[in-house]
Ligand binder design. Structure first.
Ligand code: FBP
Length: 554
């Protein structure tokens, strides 16, 4: 028997809440179809690429008195992409729904992400296995991976594996790229008349997989609360010692939802928002000027300490760097054939070759960056063509540039304060935390609902549970066609259909809240200390959602 911590033992007993429409029984559901849908952009291209699954209606569940038992079937599940708290509960909800629908139904878990279905690596998920993972963090029940599903060969292999296991439904739990995989697979199975349904589930701590029907991706709630606890603790340390400027980079990939939510939970002195930087066309120098101004102003008030939050994807949003990265991606897509680059004897030589291959203006931006950042920008893109922003030390770049500015100001006699810096990066710390009560309930509901979609014969949909600021019993459940969320984007040098990322809206209520308070937060120390996630106790602390959700759903 494995040893368990006291919290592990207690969380295994937690009974996740379901929306009323789902809790009355999986076989009593009825479905209502909405209007036909279209993709968020590039309708012509997407409808041509998804001939069989484009334009499906949205659906919503309610209950009836009649109970209908359907014949037994086998379902497969895949965890895909980065870990997010609550993934195990999606699987538990899916399992419970499937067994409730018909005790002879079986659930297979593909191992190590989407590659599991191609390579035929799987386990059967039994009650005994599931029970060990209820309400726990992590994806370790079956593991995860980032394989992109797109080739005919991969699809054929997946079909073959499903046929061998008699699987007629697959649930892919993932972020925007993984749900793009789900859409492509669903379309391919429809085209081949394979009789295999594919349903997605909205996962990602980044919070960028959302729209009117997907109010938030799971994991965002727990991850942001975990980071907010850490930022709050650092704020208290900074305010006690009064000697360090902490530059804290927060995970979240391109979108700044994580940094914004953490800012609203903690009130740091400076919060950078990538989408604002882009919309105001701020240069890297402008960003540094703004931080430097805050450092100087606080120093003049006798405060040589403070907190700066930096969203992970900032660098990609600074217009001159964004243009350089787009150009660099095209250059790197062909770099394997560039003998000069392949045979380069040193890193410096590589940087020089890259600079020459870039358009002159982009080459100049590239060469102006410190070697550390130059090298990090050359690292492999992920399988979906994304720059791995978690591996770029933007917080250190900013520290170096602010320091340089302050040194110059010191020389001119315009600054006499102290600047001691500390860099932090919070990301992996939050992705496998025990899911908050919100995420535990939401994930369980998403999984349960995913099976309901399968049970109604649907494919090419994402599980949607809405009305999330209300108590769980009032949540609504249904499905959204995956193609509705798609547009065309350039990846690995080619235009491809992908689910559109939801970025922070600069005219939206969440950013506005930050904007209305940030001047005050620079000088006055309005720090909040959210503390650790509470799993038990008064509902005001144990069941709270995020500020983002509250403000967006107001
Ligand atoms: P998903 O989009 O797959 O949910 O991943 C989110 C994320 O945590 C990003 O915030 C981060 O940039 C990235 O994963 C890190 O990737 P990896 O786990 O491969 O290092």
């Amino acid at each position: 028997m494995k040893e368990l911590s006291p919290l592990q033992k207690e969380r295994l007993k937690y009974n996740p809440k379901l929306p009323k429409c789902l809790s009355t029984g999986i076989n009593k559901l009825i479905i209502t179809k909405g209007e036909k849908t279209q993709s968020v952009a590039d309708q012509k291209e997407i409808s041509e690429l998804f001939k069989n699954s484009y334009g499906l209606p949205t659906v919503e569940f309610s209950t009836s008195d009649k109970e209908e038992l359907k014949s037994a079937r086998n379902i497969g599940v895949i965890l895909s992409g980065g870990q997010a708290p609550g993934g195990h509960n999606v699987i538990a909800g899916l399992f419970d729904a499937l067994k409730q629908a018909n005790p002879d139904n079986k659930l297979y878990g593909f191992l190590g992400g989407p590659s599991g279905i191609i390579d035929g690596k799987y386990i059967e998920l039994t009650e005994e296995i599931i029970n060990d993972y209820r309400n726990t963090g992590g994806f370790d029940i079956i593991g995860s991976g980032r394989t992109k599903l797109e080739t005919e060969e991969q699809f054929k292999k997946a079909w073959n594996v499903c046929q061998n296991l008699n699987i007629t439904g697959i649930v892919i739990i993932g972020g925007d790229d993984s749900n793009t995989n789900a859409a492509l697979l669903a379309e391919w199975f429809l085209e081949k008349n394979a009789g295999i349904q594919v349903i997605g589930c909205p996962k990602t701590i980044d919070g960028d997989l959302k729209n009117e029907q997907i109010e938030i991706s799971f994991g965002f709630d727990t991850a942001t609360k975990t980071y907010a606890e850490l930022v709050g603790n650092i704020q208290r340390d900074a305010n006690s010692a009064k000697k360090y400027w902490h530059f804290i980079k927060l995970m979240g990939r391109s979108a700044s939802h994580v940094a914004l939510e953490v800012a609203l939970q903690t009130h740091p002195n400076v919060t950078l928002i990538s989408e604002e930087v882009e919309s105001k066309e701020m240069s890297l120098a402008d960003v540094v000027t703004n931080i430097t101004k805050a450092v100087v102003a606080r120093s003049e008030a006798g405060k040589n300490f403070g907190i700066v939050l930096v969203p992970e994807g900032l660098i990609e949003f600074i217009p001159e760097i964004k243009s350089m990265i787009a150009n660099l991606n095209d250059v790197l897509a062909l770099i394997e054939d560039d003998t000069d680059y392949v045979n380069a004897k040193s890193e410096t030589e590589k940087y020089e070759i890259i600079q020459k291959r870039l358009e002159p203006q982009n080459g100049a931006v590239y060469s102006s960056l410190p070697n550390m950042i130059k090298s990090q920008l050359l690292m492999d893109r992920d399988p979906h063509g994304n720059v791995q922003v978690s591996r770029i030390d933007t917080e250190k770049l900013l520290i170096a540039m602010v320091k340089e500015r302050l040194d110059k100001m010191k020389e001119d006699g315009r600054y006499s304060g102290k600047f001691s810096d500390l860099a932090h990066f919070f990301g992996y710390e939050g992705r496998c935390a025990f899911p908050s009560n919100f995420d535990a309930d939401y994930c369980y509901s998403l999984g349960f609902n995913a099976f309901a979609l399968i049970n109604f014969g649907l494919t090419g949909y994402i599980s949607s549970v809405r009305n999330l600021t209300a108590p769980a019993k009032e949540w609504k459940a249904g499905g959204i066609p995956l193609t509705m969320m798609m547009n065309m984007e350039k990846r690995h040098g080619e235009f491809k259909p992908v689910i559109k990322k939801a970025l922070v809206e600069i005219d939206g209520p969440v950013f506005k809240y930050l904007q209305d308070h940030r001047e005050q937060w620079i000088m006055e120390d309005c720090y909040l200390f959210p503390g650790a996630i509470q799993y038990f106790g008064p509902t005001e602390v144990a069941d709270i959602t995020t500020q983002t959700l509250k403000l967006e759903q107001k």
